[in-house]
Design a protein around this ligand. Structure first.
Ligand SMILES: Cc1cc2nc3c(=O)[nH]c(=O)nc-3n(C[C@H](O)[C@H](O)[C@H](O)COP(=O)(O)OP(=O)(O)OC[C@H]3O[C@@H](n4cnc5c(N)ncnc54)[C@H](O)[C@@H]3O)c2cc1C
Length: 376
């Protein structure tokens, strides 16, 4: 072993969570190395909606989202990446959906939830190709942020490297313990190691994954051409989103919304749809998604599931069809046991994984929390 390769902190995984930990540690003056098995980022951190969906969370996730918001803006300011305090539009198309957003408004207040009447919602979603379907208006959640998922994490990695954080790409970590990080390109020493390998904890630390009941959630997503003249940079959530995020599901009208979706489009619930859209600076819209849970990610993407999601998105935007630019599959860590997994399998090793699909929302809050807990 080359003992000159000694770091205060080794970060395993260069996804957004690893980067958030590297950022928090580097800010405190620690000597940090980030190791990633891939040649560049290809994981969940570049395959998502780029949506910091803060207000739709509850409990620990809401706290982490709120805590991470200022960090996102700080990092965006330093790196020059696109990051917009563009908020989220929650489109209500029925009386029950309207009632649900009103309940959220009553719970959180005007600062977090602005109610929009149908005309105001239609104006926000306006474009030249049709009339958006927002018959009951909805709500605007101003705290939410948007980044470009394809650009943000890679740009943050490049920036951290320029600041003196060392990156080792194409380097798989094989084992950990007693201050030694064993990799496919030799060993190094680190006083602490934080493992941020997303859903792949079972490959490196199978006991931790088993104890935390970590499995894989596989999602199908596409980008489409935004309708001509469409200018909303806010994220767009719809009825199926109201059946998934805790801020909605904890409201009294959530059951009625779910029953309506079951009656109107049961297939959307069968494919685990969360029909949402986010704008990218290249003029496309990310549209998704479906959810399938299991120990391994099924590689096959159902064309029928994509068609259902596109049909629902087109109805919200008020267009006949959406033209697909590209499609892909994403995988993230999921667990019925806890929304965020934090374990210390060895005194110098901390494992952190966001085990529900909100790592873009929570990672900067989590990185700060982990590193602050280590103290001086
Ligand atoms: C389709 C989709 C949409 C989503 N939308 C949103 C959204 O809008 N908002 C939101 O908040 N979240 C969203 N998420 C969730 C979010 O993307 C993830 O929670 C987050 O990116 C996880 O980040 P990570 O750094 O933990 O994992 P990853 O991005 O998966 O990074 C893990 C890294 O670890 C590396 N690695 C693994 N094993 C090893 C090893 N042994 N040695 C070295 N390196 C290793 C991998 O190469 C990888 O680069 C979405 C996810 C998907 C898939």
């Amino acid at each position: 072993m080359d003992t000159t390769q000694h770091y205060d902190l080794a970060v395993v995984g260069a996804g957004i969570l690893g980067l958030a930990h590297a950022y928090a540690a580097h800010q405190r003056g620690l000597r940090v190395v980030v190791l990633d098995r891939d040649h560049h980022l290809v994981g969940a951190s570049v395959r998502n909606f780029g949506h910091a969906s803060i207000t739709a969370q509850e409990g620990e996730l809401l706290e982490l989202g709120r805590a991470g918001r200022a960090r996102w803006l700080e990092v965006a300011g330093a790196t020059g990446i696109y990051a917009a305090a563009a908020g989220t539009l929650v489109v209500a198309r029925t009386a029950a959906e309207r009632a649900l957003v009103e309940e959220l408004h009553a719970a959180r207040g005007d600062d977090e939830v602005e109610l929009l009447d149908p005309a105001a919602m239609a104006a926000r979603l306006a474009h030249e190709e049709g009339a958006p379907g927002a018959s009951h208006g909805g709500a605007f959640l101003p705290a939410d942020l948007r980044v470009d998922p394809r650009e943000a994490a890679p740009a943050i990695a490049r920036w951290l490297e320029g600041q003196g954080v060392e990156f080792r790409w194409a380097t798989s970590v094989l084992g950990l313990g007693d201050g030694v990080v064993r990799t496919t390109r030799g060993d190094l020493r680190a006083d602490r190691t934080v493992v941020c390998v997303g859903h792949d904890i079972d490959y490196l630390l199978p006991d931790v994954a088993a104890e935390g009941a970590v499995e894989r959630c596989t999602l199908a997503v596409v980008t489409v051409d935004a309708p001509r003249g469409f200018a909303a940079q806010a994220g767009i959530l719809t009825s199926t989103s109201m059946t998934r995020y805790d801020a909605f599901t904890s409201q009294p009208s959530a059951a009625a919304v779910r029953t309506e979706v079951e009656g109107r489009a049961p297939e959307l619930l069968e494919i685990g749809a969360n029909v949402m859209m986010t704008w990218r600076p290249d003029g496309s819209l990310v549209v998704g998604d479906t959810h399938e849970y299991g120990p391994s990610a099924d590689p096959f993407v159902s064309e029928r599931a994509i068609a259902l999601v596109l049909e629902e998105a087109a109805a919200v935007l008020g267009v006949d069809a959406l033209r697909v630019r590209d499609r892909w599959q994403g995988v993230y860590a999921s667990s019925p046991r806890q929304p965020v997994l934090v374990r210390t399998p060895m005194p110098d090793v901390t494992v952190v994984s966001v085990t529900t699909g909100v790592g873009m929302t929570t990672s900067f809050g989590l990185g700060e929390r982990t590193v602050a807990a280590w103290g001086a």
